[in-house]
Design a protein around this ligand. Structure first.
Ligand code: APR
Length: 233
């Protein structure tokens, strides 16, 4: 019998206990930078060196971080379910933990891409992308990140995955940023939804939603128990 499809939408909160700051509890700043300066096409046009340095710092920091019990718990669930992670995070902690299906909505910190052909995407060796590093067509390379104001190419794929979910879980996202936050609306009626967050994120309460008020390292193991207790019974 094929495994039930468990789709999990994750955000910055699942990486918080790995030492990576979330966004909205840093009073709107991202590591002390205004996101418009370091995460927008205008910021890149205005000062590409600042943007390159910002993501180089983020990559350097990521090299010191490890997956936590939240990431690992989602890997454990692959024993019981066909698990698809859809993440807003640009870190690769889901992949490091061992998740086999991860869709990045907002890009990937360890990848870079051409500024003349967005299909030319490269894995970056090391942590530093420098001004003058060029793609095979001779144009400057940029972070492979979806900046504010840019399209989210993976959203159609994400919607299709959510639409087919037998169970939907949300871990560590304030559900403030669209189109990712809108994925909740594509869950088929009656599908069980589990939301794990130490604070109440913004969603419309419904009978099929179970809210687990906890950090990811506590809430994901709790989810495993909830989802597998009848399997063990
Ligand atoms: N475990 C689980 N959740 C946590 C933890 C934790 N240890 N610590 C904080 N959280 C929750 C917060 O309560 C909040 O609801 O994680 C959520 C983080 O929300 P945001 O900081 O808004 O991050 P996120 O939802 O991922 O932001 C979405 O916005 O800035 C853009 O592109 C960026 O991908 C990002 C997007």
């Amino acid at each position: 019998m094929s495994k039930k499809k468990l789709v999990v939408l994750t955000g910055a909160g699942i990486s918080a206990e790995s030492g990576i700051k979330t966004f909205r509890d840093s009073n709107g700043l991202w590591e002390n930078h205004d996101v418009a300066e370091v995460a927008s096409p205008e910021g890149w046009a205005r000062n590409p060196h600042l943007v390159l340095d910002f993501y180089n710092q983020r990559r350097k920091q990521l090299h010191t971080c490890k997956p936590n019990g939240g990431h690992k718990g989602l890997v454990d669930l692959e024993r019981y379910f066909d698990v698809q992670v859809i993440t807003q995070n640009i870190d690769d902690l889901h992949e490091q933990a061992g998740s086999t299906k991860v869709l990045h909505l907002h890009g990937e910190l360890k990848k870079v891409r051409s500024t003349v052909d967005e299909n030319l995407v490269y894995s970056l060796d090391g942590w530093e992308l420098k001004w003058g590093d060029k793609c095979e067509k001779g144009s400057q390379l940029r972070p492979h990140i979806v900046w504010f104001g840019e399209a989210v190419p993976a959203i159609e794929t994400a919607i299709d995955l959510v639409d087919k979910a037998d169970i939907f879980a949300v871990v560590g996202t304030s559900l403030n940023v669209y189109p990712a936050a809108g994925l909740l609306n594509y869950v088929a009626p009656g599908t069980p939804i589990y939301i794990i967050d130490p604070h109440q994120p913004s969603y419309t309460p419904a009978s099929n939603i179970t809210f687990i008020q906890a950090n990811a390292t506590v809430g994901v193991p709790e989810l495993i128990t909830l989802l597998t207790e009848n399997i063990h019974a």
